[in-house]
Ligand binder design. Sequence first.
Ligand code: AMP
Length: 540
Amino acid sequence: MKGLVQDFQLTLPYMLRRAEQLYGYREIVTRRPDKSFHRYTYADFVVRAKKLAVALKKLGIKDGDRVGTLGWNTYQHLEAYFGVPTSGAVLHTLNPRLHEDDLSYITDHAGDRVMLVDETLVPVWQKFRDRVNVEHAIIVTENGDVPEGMLSYEELLADADESEFEYPEFDEDQAAALCYTSGTTGRPKGALYSHRSTVLHSMMVSLGNTFALSEADCVLPIVPMFHVNAWGMPYASVLVGAKLMMPGPHLDPASVIEDFEQEKVTFTAGVPTVFLAVLQALDKEQGKHDLSALRAMAIGGSAVPKGVIKAFDERHGLKVVHAWGMTEMSPIGSVANLPTPVREQSEDEQLDYRAKQGYPVPLVEIRARGDEGFVPWDGESMGELEVRGPWVASSYYEAPEGADKFTDDGWFKTGDIVTIDEYGFIKIMDRSKDLIKSGGEWISSVDLENALMAHPAVSQAAVIAIPHEKWDERPLAAIVLKEGESVTEDELRDHLAKDFAKFWLPDAYEFVESIPMTATGKFQKLKLREQFEGYTSAKG
Ligand code: AMP
């Protein structure tokens, strides 16, 4: 027998209508490129999001078409977050820090018909504009010049008639947003979220055991809107009617701390690199700032060191909440809020749990697979973490055959090697994927290795992560030279600089006799990491 409840579709148009009906008075603040503040209300935001939907239709954008964005955390980007999916199209956020080869590949793979470009990112756009099939490039600027070949966002909105907008009633399974993840080898892959997954993820983010967001909050997403929808915070904030403080391109500690204090930010989230810089700045200016409104800072994307959690606690009375997630998970998977038996333990013991990646949020299920099947939840046995849930990807967008990372029974294989303890707390021990995470951005060691091995003097090259105080991880390249050949570090760096973004270039090149190999002829990275244990990079 079926339950007798209404078949109510979970969609972003519903969330926009709710914001319009209930939260028109709430404020959205943005740091402009020149650091001044732009302020408007949810009422203004809804009108402009609707106008964007109308304008896209006028440009010929149809249901399911992809609309790309190159933008920071700004009110205009928020308009795109709602205007694009509400028009029926799919919002595709691109990471402007990527190399133009990746940007052009991703744009064409996604099939973006339109690109919204923040005025500060026009130089990035111009690097790959001629290589992609985008029909309309739109510059997002309040009053700057409109370069030749681009349309003006403000003019498009001014010409759009709000009365032409009707809230669409579409299927909740329709695609809403697309984000690309770095491939372990080779090409990035697209995670395609639906309206339903986005609404459910927003509700979960707001739950008490997750980030406890409500109308009373002022949320500052430090994590960029081009990184997995800023961990869902813009959507969740609009669902609950929280005030939003958008930092624009300004993530330096002085600006962020000023934003916290001036706007009375209650909740923020981002990667450890930014928070480490904030901690250092606060340490220097001890007692100078009133951050009493800030009730929690969610940190994730890379592991948060215990010392950082403790330092924020003890020196500044600020609470760090450790979280884990993935692009393929919309992204939130687990949060280290403490269960009652742990809260009854000593501060030190609690800290051990807070430094783990947390336990799964509601509707996400986890298990870890070792060599002999699923491992027990004993906090010691290691296995690869597998997940499932209503906002976990079921496959990649237009993925080549065999690129999927899913089990036969439909769970997603994360590539994270973990232990799980009796309370379900995950602890990430290692990664099976061959990637290095530097300041929240991925670097593919395999791509660097292939490029290094293409150098005429290099016989073999293996790239591993070494710890770095500011960037969490940085690449180190172990190089075996061909007999009789020689090459300098600078020559190798110049060789790589042609094809890779600057932050990809290894901090260190170590010339070695040989690289440890597995029986199947693969680099034994674990052994190599042991060889370079204690090696840290201090480069800036
Ligand atoms: P992304 O898809 O770029 O969001 O990256 C997801 C990956 O980042 C995960 O599979 C982990 O390897 C890593 N990651 C995310 N959060 C954490 C965390 N709190 N601690 C350690 N690694 C993390």
